[in-house]
Design a protein around this ligand. Structure first.
Ligand code: FAD
Length: 522
């Protein structure tokens, strides 16, 4: 191997005598080590003509040493490695420096593989390059895996970035490991001018126990709803999902004993619009329901009014008939006036019966636990337009924890609507300048107490009971009032084993109090 640069026949074996003695080891040891090394090793002259190849070279390339000795290393080239790569390689070798890189090689059977190659100059004692040493291994599988990981990472990133749901992966110190643009947008809304970590604190605090459980025991949660006041009276609602995941540590130091690294993934969906749409459609359905109930109530009132009006003349005929019969005695049975009056009375009673039978009845509704605060809120929402039109200021003070009232939701809603409608109407008089509707709910000993106060003209104290009688109205008859609103309220409250009364101590207008017994379990 001393006459470098020359091409001469080779046996594929280096002469052991040419190898240096080291630490008393025989040169054969080195020879043996190189020959059996699991990496492809070749030694070339200065034009890259092969002088020696080890066994692994044969298994990697498919060539025997006889087939490659004396040939140029370029025999392995597939021709697709860019020129620049070789230029870089030869440039380094010219500077007597090693070079490492990846080339596309072709095996004897024409199959391709990626060669991770290191070439280095072998320099003699006088500083002259005498050989080149090449070491390469097939890194196709590693490359394939790397590419797959890269592709998967890219796919995940693309999906993450495109998804409208906010996603964030945090470590046990609430440090962000990964987040998508939707999360960053959300963070800037819930913690404006703060860093992303601050947004995580706000978020995890709102998630409360759900997050603590996830952190403590890895228990996943889903569809946990939270809301944030984002200023300008806009409440934003979010549905959150949490999942914990285990990941292996990447540090070399922890290769054999990787520590337990758990991360928490939070997925947050903005459901504000969805909730708004649900609320709108619920309100529309309620409007339709209440309109239907109002129509039904109107019909019932008309029928009751007709019965009320007819009952008077029938009673009169009956009284007159009894008197006449007493006076005429046995003659009454043939007296034409008596007979005519009997007929008239029968016809009247029949008409009353058929009117009574025709009164439309509210559809049967099962009694279920009802949330009075929710019903009042719905009625206020439905009355918003009218409240605004009349310039009525509303004060609404619900009890924080209100027990359920067992009853028919729609009947209770109608009752509350009637009382609120009465209050609005009372304040709509031109003479009323201060217009305030104040509604509160409270829990008393055994009842839920609802107070509806207005600043209208009020009801005189002596009429406090009379106003609950059918067909009684404090308004003139031409105003179209049938005087059936408060009796209907009374009827519904009685159906629910409650009481309704006017608070006579209230002086600023009218205050109606409804007390309804609540269920034992809430
Ligand atoms: P060119 O690169 O243009 O080369 C033409 C000829 O000139 C070749 O004989 C080449 O070896 C020689 N040459 C080019 N530049 C110089 C220079 N600066 N000094 C001296 N000679 C030069 N290539 C592979 O594709 N696969 C391998 O596995 C591989 N292993 C190698 C291992 C060693 C130890 C060395 C030294 C080189 C190795 N090469 C390898 C590079 C190889 O020698 C060629 O440079 C390369 O294959 C491109 O060949 P080419 O026929 O396209 O032509």
């Amino acid at each position: 191997m001393s006459n470098a640069g020359k091409t001469r026949p080779h046996t594929g074996q280096l002469e052991p005598s040419t190898l240096p003695l080291m630490a008393g080891m025989a040169p054969e040891v080195f020879m043996h080590a190189v020959e059996h090394a699991p990496v492809s090793i070749s030694i070339t002259d200065l034009q890259a003509n092969i002088l020696y190849v080890n066994r692994a070279f044969g298994s990697t390339t498919g060539y025997t040493s006889e087939e490659v000795l004396g040939k140029n290393e370029s025999m392995l080239s597939n021709g697709t490695t860019p020129r620049l790569v070789y230029q870089a390689m030869w440039g380094r070798l010219a500077q007597q420096m090693p070079w490492s890189g990846v080339l596309v090689n072709r095996r004897k059977d024409n199959s391709l593989y990626l060669a991770e190659l290191t070439v280095a100059p072998v320099i003699n004692e006088s500083g002259k390059t005498i050989y080149y040493l090449g070491m390469h291994r097939d890194c196709s599988t590693t490359h394939e895996l790397e590419q797959r990981v890269n592709n998967q990472r890219q796919m995940i990133e693309t999906v993450l970035n495109a998804t409208p749901a906010a996603m964030v992966l945090i470590d046990h110190n609430n440090r962000i490991v990964l987040s998508n643009p939707s999360f960053r947008a959300l963070a800037s809304e819930i913690a404006p001018q703060q860093n992303l970590e601050q947004a995580i604190t706000t978020l995890t605090n709102s998630l409360g126990d759900s997050f603590l459980e996830l952190r403590r025991s890895g228990k996943a949660f889903s569809s946990r709803e939270i809301s944030f006041d984002l200023g300008g009276h806009s409440q934003h609602g979010y549905s959150c999902h949490g999942k914990s995941l285990q990941m292996e540590d990447e540090q070399a130091a922890t290769f054999f004993a990787p520590p337990e690294s758990r991360y928490d993934l939070l997925i947050i969906n903005d459901i504000t619009e969805l909730r708004q749409r649900q609320q709108d459609s619920h309100m529309n359905a309620l409007k339709a329901l209440l309109a239907e109930e109002e129509l039904l109530e109107g019909m019932r009132e008309t029928f009751n009014g007709a019965i009320h009006r007819l009952q008077g003349p029938v009673n009169l005929i009956d009284a007159a008939l009894r008197m006449l019969q007493r006076r005429l005695g046995a003659q009454a049975e043939t007296d034409p006036v008596v007979l005519a009056m009997r007929e008239a009375r029968e016809a009247g009673l029949q008409a009353l019966d058929s009117l009574n039978a025709s009164i439309p009845q509210p559809p049967p509704e099962p009694k279920l636990p009802a949330n009075i605060n929710q019903l009042i809120r719905e009625v206020i929402t439905l009355a918003t337009d009218r409240l605004l039109a009349q310039g009525i200021v509303i004060g609404w003070q619900p009890a924080l924890h209100l027990p359920w009232v067992m009853g028919s939701e729609s009947r209770l809603r109608s009752m509350l609507k009637q009382l609120i409608d009465n209050a609005i109407e009372a304040m709509s008089q031109r003479s009323i300048s201060h217009r305030e509707l104040y509604i509160s709910t409270q829990v008393e000993k055994q009842v839920v107490r609802i107070a509806i106060s207005d600043t209208g003209g009020g009801i005189p104290e002596e009429l406090a009971f009379k106003v609950f009688e059918p067909f009684f109205s404090t308004k003139p008859p031409h105003k179209g009032c049938r005087g059936m609103g408060l009796p209907m309220v009374q009827e519904i409250v009685t159906e629910h084993a409650g009481t309704v009364f006017m608070d006579t101590s209230y002086r600023d207008g009218c205050r109606m109090i409804v007390e309804l017994p609540f269920c034992a379990t809430t």
